[in-house]
Design a protein around this ligand. Structure first.
Ligand code: FES
Length: 79
């Protein structure tokens, strides 16, 4: 399944990032060497991380906002 259409990040990549310690969508992007574009994938990646890691990533996917996620350490490509 594709989670991020803009950056072609699929379930395998999210799982691989999680296995290497990624615990947030921003960490998954960083692991993949990519940057968010539109940010629409954040809830989907967060949901997959919760499935893989087995614990909450700190925020429910539904409550994640693009700004909340991006405010961390990874700037948007368009900014
Ligand atoms: S779908 Fe992931 S940045 Fe657009």
């Amino acid at each position: 399944m594709i989670h991020c259409v803009c950056r072609s990040i699929n379930t395998r990549l999210v799982d691989e990032a999680a296995a290497h310690g990624a615990r947030s969508p921003a960490c998954v992007m960083k692991y993949c060497g990519k940057r968010f574009n539109c940010g629409q994938c954040i809830p989907s990646i967060a949901e997959r991380l919760e499935c893989v890691v087995g614990t909450s990533t700190g925020t429910s996917p539904a409550s994640l906002s693009r700004r909340d996620e991006i405010a961390g350490d990874i700037p948007l490509a368009a900014e």
